[in-house]
Ligand binder design. Structure first.
Ligand SMILES: Cc1cc2nc3c(=O)[nH]c(=O)nc-3n(C[C@H](O)[C@H](O)[C@H](O)COP(=O)(O)O)c2cc1C
Length: 292
């Protein structure tokens, strides 16, 4: 029988040395796992003795704890009758809800900067920080931006443009335009459904989606939402434990993924990528972003 844990008992395990949290109604003891958490210790300990679900689900797929941690971390289920249910909406949340309600229609958005302007108002600060920032001093981010300004398209005039076909192939797969969706982690920070919205959109637009290893949806969710004949690629971080990597690759192959992209430029996370995300959660001051 599953043990019921009261909120009073949970609240006593609220330190780094004794850290219990609720995730989706289940109580876990994450004390031993803390040093191994890729995002650092603090992001978990700040929820010690509390419900970590809202923070957890914007980053991780739902099955990740049961998948990667042993059954010994599971303590029991939270006794819901002992939880207080009042949640007051903060001024910041109210403003975001209002900005959401008056978001421009998609066909009123003309370029990437229009999307950035809206995203800054409707996303939570941590999500905006994560999506908008680059590593460390953001010199490469600025240079990427400048590089596009040095490229010019030469218009060809006096050409019949009644029927335009911009389709091409990438690695043998047809794509309606020469663009694909690159791997970007933590999709639920931007949309409650996470990366599956990109799976559906890439199918309806006839482009290719690269599935990220660190997605906030599970790999299977993105596979199961695939449309008929839709091609997907898989981005891979190579794990120190090569068996883990082998399992991921074999599984991707079995599920019909068409290409593998190994990320080789992230032996160490760039300062800011996760730092900013978690600093914001701790309410410290946000460093500047280039275009924000
Ligand atoms: C918010 C964000 C998250 C990203 N997450 C990943 C990731 O999980 N794995 C990966 O290999 N690359 C990741 N990237 C890199 C992108 O896939 C892409 O290679 C990079 O942003 C360069 O393309 P761009 O110049 O169009 O931004 C991420 C980039 C951004 C901006």
């Amino acid at each position: 029988m599953v043990r019921l844990v009261s909120s009073q008992e949970l609240a006593q395990h609220n330190t780094q040395e004794d850290c219990w949290v609720i995730i989706h109604g289940k109580v876990y003891d994450l004390t031993k796992f803390l040093p191994e958490h890729p995002g650092g210790i603090k992001v978990i300990t700040r929820w010690a003795g509390q419900d970590a679900t809202p923070s957890f689900e914007s980053i991780h797929p739902p099955d990740i704890v049961d998948h990667y941690l042993g059954p010994e971390v599971f303590i029991g289920e939270i006794d819901k009758s002992t939880l207080s249910v009042t949640k007051v909406e903060s001024e910041e949340e109210k403003q975001r809800r209002a900005a959401h309600a008056k978001k421009p229609a998609l066909d009123e958005m003309l370029n990437i900067f229009d999307f950035e302007g809206v995203a800054k108002q409707v996303l939570k600060p941590d999500a905006w920080a994560y999506y908008s920032s680059g590593a460390d001093d953001e010199i490469t981010l600025r240079e990427n931006h400048n590089a596009f300004h040095r490229l010019w398209l030469r218009p060809r005039v006096m050409v019949n443009v009644t029927n335009i076909d911009m389709s091409t192939t990438f690695l043998g797969t047809k794509t309606s335009i020469p663009v694909y969706i690159s791997a970007t982690a933590l999709g639920r920070l931007g949309h409650p459904e996470g990366e599956v919205v990109l799976t559906r959109a890439s199918h309806s637009e006839g482009i290719i989606q690269m599935i990220p290893t660190l997605a906030s949806c599970s790999f299977n969710e993105m596979i199961n939402n695939r449309g008929r004949g839709q091609a997907q690629w898989f981005q891979l971080y190579v794990n120190k434990d090569r068996k883990v990597t082998e399992k991921l690759v074999r599984n991707a192959e079995e599920k019909g993924v068409k290409a593998l992209f190994i990320t080789v430029d992230a032996p160490q996370l760039g300062g800011s990528l996760f730092d900013r995300l978690f600093i914001i959660r701790g309410k410290a001051i946000r460093s500047q972003t280039s275009f924000g």
